[in-house]
Design a protein around this ligand. Structure first.
Ligand code: SAH
Length: 363
């Protein structure tokens, strides 16, 4: 069987997904990209939706071996933004026309943190209402594993989308890149709880984790389908020097181009298999190659998260080395983002939520 013959299939077996992820010659990659683009156009449209990203705290109770803000990285200065500063950034986000916001942070499960997040969500919802956004900014949360009760509180406060990456759907591999107290089963349970509460749920994996195979990645895509997820955020794994996985630096630097291409192929194949979900073109792609986010759009993604984290803390929120724009004094403004996106021939949504069509059209 040739991968090209599969592209128009409606459903895919694990072997077929593996075949698609394995294409390597220029012509087959172009065909894959073209098919992903066509599927995207048909199911979610060509418009690119924006979510301003505010990384409001780097305090974290977890110790993921790949992540620069893991609790055992004592080299970084920990911060949590003041409520007023977060609200100001959110207001700017709404004024710019981004339509939605992602509030991301390290994970904390204490009552003080939960109260804080809940209060911020509530205030942002009420203070960003306008003629253009009658319900206020769309809010996506990305604050890790929490109890069902906590998720319910966040939802009731007005957040309606939640991102929680599975990181890898292979429990063995998950175990290798996390300490023993971080359990795969708990992550899975949290994803299910988010769905039950009623969130539009996003998940995703890192591509190029040491030891990860094409089989793992194909299973990741089937996992997204089985879990009936609404949104995807996937990107390449990038080494951070102050983490235990820095020992892979040499392997990583040799494989960099391959990992980048694999990350793009994951976007394309996920689009072809899952069809009507929202897929983000992540900052990690841009960290690897300056035009990585634009490339992600060409491979079938339809969401971009412009950086709105206040400049004075950006340096302290580095999940991986080479994060772009940390030296800039301003946030991404609508015009800059628009220009970059329009350079790929895509229209940009202004003042729109751009929810995942999959959430509304479940079969
Ligand atoms: N505490 C939140 C936010 C985590 S950071 C949560 O648990 O969801 C957001 C994502 O960044 C992670 O899910 C992970 O997939 C990604 N990330 C972390 N370190 C990375 C690295 N070194 N390279 C690439 N992606 C990384």
């Amino acid at each position: 069987m040739k991968p090209d013959d599969l592209l128009n299939n409606d459903s895919f077996s694990i072997d077929e997904i593996k075949l698609l992820l394995s294409v390597n010659d220029k012509q087959s990659i172009e065909k894959l990209q073209q098919r992903a683009y066509d599927v995207m156009k048909q199911y979610v449209g060509e418009k690119v939706y924006l979510r301003g990203l505010i990384e409001f705290s780097n305090v974290c109770v977890n110790d993921c071996y790949y992540c620069g803000i893991r609790k055992c990285n004592y080299k970084i200065k920990r911060y949590t933004l003041e409520k007023d500063e977060i609200i100001d950034s959110a207001r700017w986000c709404a004024e710019q026309g981004f339509g939605s916001l992602v509030l991301q942070s390290g994970e904390r499960n204490d009552e003080q943190f939960i109260d804080f997040v809940e209060a911020i969500v509530r205030q942002i919802k009420s203070e960003t209402k306008s003629d253009k956004l009658p319900k206020g900014l769309g809010i996506t949360l990305c604050v890790g594993e929490q109890s069902s009760k906590t998720y319910q509180r966040f939802f009731d406060a007005g957040a309606h989308r939640y991102l929680l990456r599975i990181e890898t759907s292979n429990p063995e591999l998950f175990k290798k890149i996390h300490p023993d107290f971080q359990l795969y089963e708990r992550r899975l349970k949290a994803l299910k709880a988010l769905k039950e509460v009623g969130f539009q749920v996003g998940t995703g994996v890192m591509t190029g984790i040491p030891g990860q195979t094409i089989d793992d990645l194909a299973k990741d895509i089937l996992f997204f389908k089985e879990m009936d997820i609404d949104m995807l955020g996937m990107g390449p794994y990038i080494v951070h020097s102050d983490t235990p996985m820095n020992s892979y630096y040499y392997e990583y630097s040799v494989r960099k181009r391959e990992i980048y291409e694999l990350a793009l192929k994951m976007i394309a194949v996920a689009r072809i298999v899952l069809k009507d979900v929202n897929i983000a073109s992540t900052t990690a792609l841009q960290a690897m190659y300056p035009l990585g986010r634009e490339a992600g759009l060409m491979f079938g993604s339809n969401v971009i998260m412009p950086m709105l984290t206040p400049a004075h803390v950006r340096n302290d929120y580095q999940l991986y080395n080479g994060k772009p724009c940390i030296d800039e004094f301003t946030s991404d403004c609508f015009e800059c983002v628009q220009q970059r996106i329009e350079s790929t021939g895509r229209p940009v949504a202004k003042d729109e939520y751009g929810d995942s069509p999959h959430f509304y059209y479940k079969v």
